[in-house]
Every structure is written in C-alpha cells, then in structure tokens.
Design a protein around this ligand. Structure first.
Ligand code: AMP
Length: 214
C-alpha cells in the first residue's frame, strides 16, 4: 500500500508516518530527512538545498522528483511506502503520478492532517529530537521523564532543526498555503483524499488514519 501524508509543517506527518512504518511494515519516505542527510553529508544536492531550507523555502522540483523516483526504486519500498513531505507542489504531484504509472505502482490514499496554523508555531519552535535514536520531544508538551535523558535509548545528546525558528516557520507555513494546499483538490478529484483531525492527540490521529486506510 502506498500512501501520502499531507499537512503543514508540524502537523504530525513524521510522527504518524513512523507509526505506520512500525505497524504496517511500510517505509517512511521523508524528503525533509533525505535533504537534511544530504546537507549533513555535504553532497552537491545538500549544498544547493541548505540555504533554501534554512529560510523555509521550497527546494527545486527537479531535485525532489529525482530523489523520490530513485528512492522508490529501492528494494525496501516493495511492500509499500508513506510519502511524508512529498509532493509539495502541483508539478511534484503530477510528476509523481507519471512516475507511479511508469513503475506500475498505485496510490491507495492521501491523508490530510488538518490543523490550526497558530498552534503549530508553538508546536514547532519547541520541538527537538534525541540525536541518537530520533525520538521526538517538546519543551512544553513532551519532556523526557528524566531531564536531559532520552526515554527511549538513554542518550543525553539532543538536536533541534535549523529551520524550527519562528521566522523560518512562518515562511514554511506560507509555502504550504501558496504551493502545497492547492494540490488537495487534485487528490480530492481523484476520490482518494481523506481528512483527519491533526489537532487531536497523537493516538487519536493514528486511530483516524487507521480507519481511513483499513
Ligand atoms: P520537512 O522536514 O518536510 O519540514 O522539510 C524541511 C525542508 O526541506 C522544507 O522546508 C523544504 O525546504 C525542504 N523540502 C522537503 N520536502 C520538499 C519538497 N517535497 N519540495 C521542496 N522542498 C522540500
């Protein structure tokens, strides 16, 4: 089963994609994670993307489309994947259609996480992750039970994303509104779009997504 999770930054796409990965054996394909890895490795793509990402703008369609097409061809995607952060523009959505057709693949569902934008700014600017295992935390809403120690793996190093500051978050919201939200009708017209309440608590959102894909 191949799925797309759509929603503005901070809507919970990554959290829910990881749960779908664990519960259904689907592979989470986060284009943000792929780009951050390219930046960390200092690849050509990483060098081109870094400043754009730090500002909160979108990286070019060509880069993203090539990246996803190559990734989908890898063996681990055979049982299905969850696109988290892609497509983000109409050009990407159309290119995805073409590549899935060429590869003989099919899109089962597009799940929109509907959220209140103002609440997202607080969610995003307070979030951080364990540098070792990637477990997510938040300054106000989800602290580790022992201060400074990861609940999941015991590590004591944490990291914050360079673009999780208020200015970049506002730019990312604007990019979502202007470039990504317009692809919702595209999937609605295909009859595969379902909306879930992204403001509900994490387990409830998972339950709603499970209902949509069952
Ligand atoms: P994310 O982790 O999904 O919030 O993505 C972080 C940043 O990576 C975004 O603000 C963009 O700069 C870039 N990015 C990720 N996915 C895409 C995409 N599909 N198209 C363009 N830029 C992207």
């Amino acid at each position: 089963m191949n799925l797309i999770l759509l929603g503005p930054p901070g809507a919970g796409k990554g959290t829910q994609a990881r749960r779908l990965q664990d519960n259904h054996g689907l592979i989470q394909l986060s284009t943000g994670d792929m780009l951050r890895a390219a930046v960390a490795e200092g690849t050509e793509i990483g060098k081109q993307a870094k400043a754009v990402m730090d500002r909160g703008d979108l990286v070019s369609d060509d880069i993203l489309i090539g990246m996803i097409s190559e990734r989908i061809d890898q063996d681990d995607c055979k049982n299905g994947f969850i696109l988290d952060g892609f497509p983000r523009t109409t050009a990407q959505a159309e290119a995805l259609d073409g590549m899935l057709r060429d590869k003989g693949l099919h899109l089962a569902k597009v799940v929109e996480l509907a959220v209140d934008e103002e609440a997202l700014v607080d969610r995003i600017t307070g979030r951080y992750t364990c540098a070792n295992c990637g477990q997510g935390y938040h300054d106000s809403f989800q602290k580790p039970s022992v201060d400074g120690v990861c609940d999941n793996c015991g590590a004591t190093e944490f990291k914050r994303r360079a673009d999780d500051n208020e200015e970049a978050v506002r730019t990312r919201m604007q990019a979502y509104r202007a470039q990504t939200a317009p692809i919702l009708p595209y999937y609605r017209d295909k009859g595969i779009l379902s909306e879930v309440d992204g403001m509900a608590d994490i387990d409830e959102v998972t339950k709603q997504i499970e209902a949509v894909i069952s």
